[in-house]
Design a protein around this ligand. Structure first.
Ligand SMILES: C=CC1=C(C)c2cc3[nH]c(cc4nc(cc5[nH]c(cc1n2)c(C)c5CCC(=O)O)C(CCC(=O)O)=C4C)c(C)c3C=C
Ligand SMILES: [Fe+2]
Ligand SMILES: [Fe+2]
Length: 383
């Protein structure tokens, strides 16, 4: 085997408050997050949304210490993975490639070239595949690869998703069991999986397997847990005015409270590290909603971070990828052609000229509404 590298992919997050707006700009400039009828609209809209959202987002990052812990935790995961692979007989360099903030994917690729890596496993730190996360990073890498003959010499493989890996499921089950045993009625508490949401159009129009993978993942974790507690799956972190996957986490919490549920053990399921959506959204926003609704126990299961069972699972995923047939970027799921990842998903997506014209007009109208929002300073949209 030649010089081995493992490239860990993640979303990234602002290290400090000044980073929030440019980080949000990078995120909303990605057509895998919002795709408009004309690519020319992408940059101005990204500027507008990031400007509108920055203040609220900064307030949230302030509440968790002034920045995201995602870089620090992902670096620790990388180091732990490197030692685990070493213990399993594999000398590997581990790199971090973030999609929207430092260390950017491009920085990781430059280092991989300097280190003259010959064999590379590309492992997204998202257990389930979504075109908005893993898909977006793969498309970026595909573009970089196509333009670089040196990279084309590297024997690489990607891991599209690994939510069904037995070690990962065991790590999640262990973390849940530990939390469950700390509540008043461990056998009755409701296990509440909160997954990151995506717009419904990703699933219905673009063919994103995310919802299926999340549903399977929650069921498999429950099997591993092997307890008879009831469980529920809901979706958090909705952004903007379009319809996202339901049930929404806040609504589901209130419904369970109305049914008389008193104890919730909350499991963040689409993330493997603590970040703003666990530390602020779940621990602060949803906890407050739950308490107001009459839930007495709101016990949050920690993200796996550097949990040893989890790190061993990542090492197993890497080793399996090395022995399996290599998978190229082009073989992974890509949004179907002509899919517009923005509101009005019932529209006739760009299939006819008139639909294109109307899509353009609707986008312009949306743009004007956003400008009005900015001008009025009400900031109701994209909060
Ligand atoms: C607007 C669309 C968004 C989609 C679709 C989306 C999908 C998605 N995101 C994650 C994981 C993370 N998201 C993070 C931050 C973040 N994501 C969005 C928007 C979408 N995400 C925004 C606007 C932000 C910034 C934070 C905010 O202002 O709310 C992060 C980083 C968090 C941090 O600590 O900095 C992660 C990780 C998943 C798994 C996912 C779909 C499956
Ligand atoms: Fe996100
Ligand atoms: Fe989010």
């Amino acid at each position: 085997m030649g010089r081995l590298g493992v490239l860990l992919l993640n979303l990234g997050g602002p290290d400090k408050l000044e980073d929030v707006r440019p980080f949000l700009y990078n995120l909303f400039a990605d057509p895998e997050i919002i795709r408009l009828p004309s690519p020319l609209l992408q940059a101005p809209l990204a500027w507008l949304i990031s400007t509108l959202r920055a203040k609220k987002s900064q307030e949230n990052y302030k509440k968790i210490g002034g920045g995201s812990p995602i870089r620090r935790i992902t670096e620790a995961q990388g180091q732990a993975l490197r030692s685990q692979l070493q213990q399993n007989g594999h000398e590997a360099h581990v790199y971090l490639g973030m999609r929207y903030w430092h260390p950017f994917t491009e920085e990781a690729i430059a280092q991989i070239k300097r280190d003259q890596i010959e064999e590379l496993v590309i492992l997204p730190l998202y257990p389930q595949f979504s075109i908005s996360t893993t898909g977006s990073s793969f498309r970026l890498l595909d573009r970089i690869w196509k333009n670089d003959p040196d990279l084309q010499k590297i024997k690489y493989t990607v891991v599209p998703s690994w939510y069904d890996n037995s070690g990962y499921l065991q790590a999640m089950a262990n973390l849940i069991a530990t939390k469950l045993d700390q509540v008043k009625n461990p056998s009755e508490a409701y296990i509440f999986f909160s997954a990151h949401g995506v717009p419904v159009s990703y699933i219905e129009e673009a063919g994103d397997p995310y919802q299926k993978e999340i549903e399977n993942c929650a069921a498999l974790i429950m099997q591993k847990l092997n307890r008879s507690n009831p469980y529920k799956l809901a979706y958090q972190s909705r952004v903007g005015p379009v319809e996202w996957l339901q049930p929404y986490t806040d609504v589901a919490i209130k419904e369970l409270a109305q049914q008389g549920v008193k104890e919730l053990v909350v499991v963040p399921i689409s993330f493997v590290s603590e970040h703003i959506e666990t530390l602020e959204e779940i621990d602060m926003e949803y906890r407050e909603i739950a308490e107001h609704a009459g839930i007495e126990t709101f016990a949050r299961v920690p993200a796996p971070d550097t949990d040893p069972t989890f790190i061993q699972a990542l090492a197993n995923v890497v080793m399996k990828a090395l022995s399996d047939r290599p998978i190229a970027f082009a073989e992974t799921i890509q949004p179907q052609k002509n899919t517009k990842l923005y509101p009005q998903e019932r529209w006739e997506w760009g299939m006819t000229q008139s639909a294109e014209v109307w899509n353009g007009r609707l986008a312009m109208l949306g743009f004007l509404i956003l400008l009005l929002e900015l001008w009025l300073g009400r900031g109701q949209i994209f909060q």
